[in-house]
Ligand binder design. Structure first.
Ligand SMILES: *Cc1c(COP(=O)(O)O)cnc(C)c1O
Length: 350
């Protein structure tokens, strides 16, 4: 349990002064009521999307709150988690003055968003086991360090960040800790959303792009204290989650059978792929994965990558990332795609 934390000391002064933008539709989100809506300069002829979407994402919010056992005011939706992460930067970091900590090798967007927002990105390498190097991290922290990004399971390495390391950071760091859980649905340990009550400085982000199978609709989520969500809502564009996305997400999420079956199928395929990878002579190491991908070290990543492309298989060469020399990342596909990958891997053994 963390003591003494005041989120209002971290918010950018310009954001602190703002009131949330109230859109035309904020006051009347119940479209079933027999009312005449002449407030938003929309075209009145119904084609399914002629009205602005619900800026509060009410139906979706209710559904996610129930499924995740969260309060509705502790959830924020965005146009992918990339937008949610950008909102976090813009709420807390003063351009040209503040800084954030990220822990490579990790997801590339933290750096992109830091650069976009003119925020210094202080990089502290993970250890050999891809865990946070606590002492070096805290050497880098100063009074202007507003955010610290943890990705768990981490992309591209696939491992979970150890719980005691995360707790140490949550207790010691005086800024906001963002845990990016894009792959948590595949993992063997539970989400940190269950710990939000203990850590008022925690934001957990999740997405519908991976396990939920909806990368195309762009829906990301942040879970945090109601205070943090209220700050982020002030700067959120009112209609950032479009009508088609809200409808499709509600429909798809309701069907939890699909979700569970697809995850177990992906995990089965990961196991069978991993067993085959062990016997391939040019694969030197298979890193343990709690995600829907596997990172492997090979003899010559550029060569193996090219050979696979020639066989019609596209994977990700992660060799330019620190600590990831000669590594390739395989996303787990269907059983049939797995077979095709295995055939190709065996065919290029020279
Ligand atoms: C894929 C991924 C995301 C997803 O971002 P969206 O914008 O929600 O599609 C977020 N974080 C990490 C680490 C990822 O790998």
């Amino acid at each position: 349990m963390r003591k003494q934390f005041d989120i209002n000391k971290l918010v950018r002064p310009n954001v602190a002064k703002m009131k949330a933008y109230s859109s035309a539709r904020d006051e009347f989100t119940d479209f079933n009521k027999d009312m005449v809506f002449l407030d938003a300069n929309e075209n009145p002829f119904n084609n399914g999307v002629n009205r602005y979407p619900d800026p509060q994402q009410g139906a979706l919010r209710q559904l996610i709150a129930t499924q995740k056992e969260m309060n509705e005011d502790g959830i924020l939706f965005g146009n992918g988690s990339d937008e949610v992460l950008d909102l976090i930067f813009r709420a807390f970091c003063i351009p040209g003055k503040d800084n954030v900590i990220s822990l490579p090798p990790t997801y590339g967007m933290y750096k992109v968003l830091a650069n976009t927002n003119d925020i210094e990105n202080r990089e502290v390498l993970l250890t050999e086991n891809f865990q946070p190097d606590i002492e070096t991290i805290f050497e880098q922290v100063d009074g202007n360090t507003k955010l610290l990004f943890l990705c768990s399971p981490n992309n591209p390495t696939g491992n979970l960040i150890e719980g005691d390391k995360i707790e140490t950071i949550l207790n010691r760091f005086d800024g906001v800790v963002v845990i990016d859980e894009a792959y948590i649905d595949f993992a063997s340990s539970p989400s940190w959303i269950t710990r939000l009550d203990q850590y008022p400085n925690l934001i957990v982000t999740q997405t519908l792009s991976k396990a939920y199978g909806m990368a195309g609709i762009r829906l990301g989520m942040a879970f945090a204290s109601a205070d943090i969500c209220a700050i982020l809502k002030k700067i959120k564009p009112p209609y950032n989650v479009n009508e088609l996305t809200q409808q499709k997400a509600v429909k798809h999420i309701t069907n939890t059978n699909n979700y569970n079956n697809e995850i177990s199928s992906i995990l089965d395929n990961k196991n069978s792929l991993s067993k085959v990878l062990v016997d391939i002579n040019y694969i030197k190491k298979i890193f343990p994965s709690d995600a829907n991908f596997v990172l492997v070290k090979v003899d010559n990543a550029d060569k193996r990558y090219q050979q696979l492309v020639e066989k019609g298989i596209v994977i990700r060469n992660r060799s330019t990332q620190p600590l990831c020399e000669n590594t390739l990342r395989f996303t787990i596909g269907t059983a049939q795609e797995n077979e095709q990958l295995i055939t190709a891997l065996n065919a290029i053994s020279n």
